[in-house]
Ligand binder design. Structure first.
Ligand code: AMP
Ligand code: ZN
Length: 112
């Protein structure tokens, strides 16, 4: 499958890893929008939030279990934002489910 994030999981494309376990991988966004900008992805190809179901939701659960640990390791003591863009209107550019962890400064209230 021609999926950028599947290639990052397999190691075919390098990434700046900050966390990894058997179900998920976290790495630095190549084009950071905030001082800390991490992507967390499931180690299964799920195209977007629309593709989450009863069989694969355990990946999402694991991701949300590890996000606080990643945020703490990244020094996000003041808080952080979790974003998952889903589909065209949200400008999802990589069609493998991912959660942006963004922080390191005060973020704007306006989300869209
Ligand atoms: P989205 O627009 O929500 O689909 O987010 C995709 C994100 O992936 C963007 O923030 C990109 O900067 C990021 N990205 C694209 N290619 C890479 C890569 N090779 N390594 C790390 N991040 C990437
Ligand atoms: Zn994929």
């Amino acid at each position: 499958m021609d999926c950028l994030f599947c290639k990052i999981i397999s190691g075919d494309i390098p990434s700046s890893k900050v966390y990894e376990d058997d179900m998920c991988l976290a790495f630095k966004d190549i084009n950071p929008q905030t001082p800390v900008h991490i992507l967390v992805i499931p180690k299964a190809h799920i195209a977007s939030a629309d593709g989450v179901n009863a069989e694969n939701s355990k990946y999402v659960a694991r991701i949300f279990e590890v996000i606080p640990q990643i945020a703490a390791e990244q020094g996000l003591v003041g808080g952080y934002r979790i974003i998952s863009n889903c589909g065209e209107d949200a400008c999802q550019s990589v069609k493998h489910l991912h959660f942006h962890i963004m922080g390191g400064r005060k973020l704007p209230e306006n989300m869209g």
